[in-house]
Design a protein around this ligand. Structure first.
Ligand code: AMP
Length: 129
């Protein structure tokens, strides 16, 4: 059974798509810490980030950088924070979070409530930045 993130990347489960190429996919986190909170994944299903091959790892980071540059253009912020946890979904993913303050990257804090329409608008703004 493919992971939920593999199914998202394959278009079988809907997502707020931000960017993609043949090996990677980026989409908004459904429970965002901040508006624009994005997840970046390799299409190949590997649970633990550091189990990717060196080539896959470098390529994922390069793709994440491109997404982060778009993210900062679309959502003005001090920094784009980067984190990897993987405690919930066993498919390697990088969290990119627009930060105004350090407190914007608190995984335990209550998540933002953002309407589907606003999520669509945010995803399109990042995609087109
Ligand atoms: P973690 O594995 O601890 O890095 O957390 C997994 C992240 O994936 C959480 O921030 C979830 O909100 C997010 N997430 C889980 N399911 C989905 C989904 N279907 N679409 C978008 N984000 C998701």
């Amino acid at each position: 059974m493919a992971s939920i993130f593999s199914r998202i990347a394959a278009g079988e489960i809907p997502s707020y798509k931000v960017a993609e190429d043949d090996k990677h996919f980026a989409f908004l986190d459904i429970n965002p810490m901040a508006a624009g909170h994005t997840l970046v994944i390799p299409r190949r299903e590997v649970d633990y980030l550091f189990d990717l091959t060196e080539e896959e790892y470098v390529s994922l980071m390069e793709f994440a950088r491109k997404v982060a540059l778009k993210l900062k253009k679309a959502i003005p912020c001090q920094r784009v924070g980067v984190a990897v946890l993987g405690m919930e979904v066993p498919h390697a993913h990088i969290h990119l979070v627009p930060l105004q303050t350090e407190a914007d990257m608190d995984f335990r804090a209550p998540k933002q409530q953002i309407s589907a329409e606003e999520m669509e608008r945010i995803a399109a703004a990042i995609a087109n930045a």
